[in-house]
Design a protein around this ligand. Structure first.
Ligand SMILES: NC(=O)c1ccc[n+]([C@@H]2O[C@H](COP(=O)([O-])OP(=O)(O)OC[C@H]3O[C@@H](n4cnc5c(N)ncnc54)[C@H](O)[C@@H]3O)[C@@H](O)[C@H]2O)c1
Ligand SMILES: O=CCCC(=O)O
Length: 533
């Protein structure tokens, strides 16, 4: 039986999840009055209509699940109810696929510049509503407001970028090898696309797929993450305001029915493409399920990024880069450094300075002033951090900073933690923690560290710090990853191809390559062409 790590949780097992019959929770009570009495203040939305409750977005309409079932979404900081959304089933999603297929007939014929204008308008609306979108992100994901605002900018940038790519979807003219033939290619939209995204970037993971899909002329059915559906639904509202035709963008919502919906999206013959961001285990399952329809696939899966600090690195650059890479979104980023390899000559200085910086973090509610790090997404995420700390310390690692939960702040808070003396036999070496835990490994030679860094079945990102230009090329080429940061801990950029190798998946998002995932190249061969004269 396949395992669905974050989903096979029944209401009884997890008090923050559960299926209920629809209940009346007046919005005004929750956003305003309730938040005044909760552990933290949720800023009121300037535009309350961006908060879509009990509805999903299908064919330009706000709809409920046919069964009338809903599920609850909780604030990971206060553990209070944010609201409910439809627990859709395959019957609902089948309908969404049919609408997307019907919309594709016309949308594929729109001029690229028309699609560009729609995407640009959607981008503008995201920017106009950035504070509200950030409020929603912090509410359901927990990241501090400044980070949430950064995510809105990053997310909107994918719509802007692909609005610019849409009119430049060029084919080729190819010098033929056959006398009398002339060959040209065009790029055509693949058709209806299924998009499945995770909770760690509730806006950016969605727009990074939607932007290129629409730019290419595809229509989509996007399955929102169970933990963070409200941000995506707000994007649906803005899509409608941007004039994107009904059926072109559909957002379906589900928690417990996610595996069944995933299977439907994979096996449905009308769905021509699946783009998934999430764990490697779920990616493997989706690939298997998609085999009967041989869909075009792109997978952005788990990472376990090595970050290497060589003796010749600039200490401050390395410390800042490691902090940025390791603790972004409290370590819940697929490109977060997970294994920090520090050369013996700089190890003590680096450990001291790095630990000092981490000690300065302020953990708390994402809405509070000065907070640098929020809660983790749920209890299972906190348990994994604890488990990695317990395992490492039982095998000899020492805690330099942190090491404990923060129960006074809430169930989902954990101290940012630094361990030194981490070795290859510890759990943290083999799997990503996906939390605020940095493990420092000591190494002596470049050869040894490359071998250790590449000793992973995944290969998403890698980072290193050095002042030697020869080494920079050598190491960048040797690391078995899709993306390398050299003297920087931040590699995410709309203009840069994003994606991995090995079990981190395949396909590239963002950049000039992102749109390729949503098109099919058609070759046209013209025969019997004679030369004149
Ligand atoms: N490479 C990337 O760009 C990237 C980005 C973010 C997260 N991730 C990875 O995702 C993991 C953390 O997120 P997670 O634990 O929520 O991942 P996950 O795979 O459990 O969930 C990701 C998404 O898949 C959905 N899902 C889960 N089971 C499914 C199924 N059987 N069928 C269809 N959909 C299903 C979830 O609802 C969610 O929307 C980490 O491994 C992280 O590295 C990768
Ligand atoms: O976590 C995954 C994506 C994060 C990013 O795009 O930088």
């Amino acid at each position: 039986m396949p395992r669905f790590p974050s989903l096979l949780i029944s209401a009884a097992q997890n008090t923050s999840r559960g299926l209920r019959a629809p209940k009346q929770y007046p919005l005004s009570t929750r956003i305003f009055a309730m938040t005044m009495s909760s552990a933290h203040l949720v800023p009121p939305l300037k535009d309350k209509s961006l908060f879509k409750e009990n509805v999903a977005f299908v064919n330009g309409k706000w709809v409920k699940a046919k069964s009338g079932k809903i599920f609850e979404v909780y604030d990971p900081a206060s553990m209070k109810l944010i609201g409910t959304v439809p627990e859709m089933e395959t019957v609902d999603v089948n309908e969404a696929i049919d609408h997307a297929a019907a919309a594709f007939k016309d949308f594929r014929k729109t001029l690229p510049r028309e699609r560009a204008r729609m995407l640009r308008k959607w981008y503008d609306l995201m920017m106009e509503n950035k504070e509200d979108l950030a409020t929603l992100i912090t509410w359901e994901n927990g990241k501090p407001t400044a980070d949430a605002l950064g995510e809105v900018n990053y997310a909107a940038a994918f719509l802007e970028w692909f609005s610019e790519e849409a009119p430049r979807l060029y084919g080729d003219t190819i010098p033929t090898a056959v006398a009398g033939n002339r060959v040209v290619t065009i790029k055509q939209p693949v058709g209806v696309c299924a998009l499945i995204t995770p909770w760690n970037f509730p806006a950016a993971m969605v727009t990074r797929k939607l932007g290129p899909a629409l730019a290419a002329g595809c229509t989509v059915v996007a399955k929102t993450p169970g933990e963070t559906p409200f941000t995506a639904l707000a994007l649906g509202e803005l899509a409608q305001r941007a004039g994107i035709p009904p059926g072109v963008v559909n957002f379906v919502t589900a928690l417990d029915h996610t595996p069944a919906i995933g299977q439907l999206l994979c096996e449905h013959p009308t769905v021509k493409k699946l783009s998934f961001t999430g764990s490697t285990n779920v990616g493997k399952l989706l690939m298997k399920q998609s085999s009967s329809t041989l869909k075009k696939l792109s997978f952005e899966l788990g990472g376990n990024a090595p970050l290497i600090v060589f003796d010749d690195a600039d200490l401050e650059t390395a410390v800042t880069g490691a902090i940025t890479s390791k603790f972004r979104t409290s370590g819940q980023t697929c490109v977060c450094a997970n294994r920090l390899y520090v050369q013996s000559g700089i190890y003590d200085k680096f450990a001291e300075r790095f630990a000092e910086k981490v000690k300065g973090f302020k953990v708390g509610s994402g809405y509070d002033q000065g907070i640098t790090h929020g809660p983790l997404i749920h209890g299972r995420a906190v348990s994994k951090v604890e488990q990695h700390i317990r395992d490492a310390t039982s095998k000899g690692a020492q805690v330099l900073v942190g090491g404990q939960r923060l129960p006074d702040l809430g169930e989902n808070f954990h101290q940012p933690t630094v361990l030194s003396g981490v070795t290859a036999d510890m759990a943290i070496a083999g799997e990503e923690t996906f939390g605020p835990l940095a493990g420092l490994f000591k190494f002596d030679t470049e050869e040894e560290v490359i071998k250790a860094a590449n000793n992973a079945d995944v290969g998403l990102a890698g980072y290193f710090f050095t002042s030697d230009i020869q080494r920079a090329w050598r190491v960048a080429e040797a690391l078995e990853v899709g993306m390398v940061g050299i003297n920087t801990g931040l590699i995410s950029d709309v203009a840069s191809p994003f994606g991995g190798v090995k079990l981190s998946g395949f396909g590239r998002e963002g950049s000039k390559y992102g749109i390729d995932e949503y098109v099919a190249i058609k070759t046209m061969t013209f025969g019997g062409v004679q030369h004149i004269g």
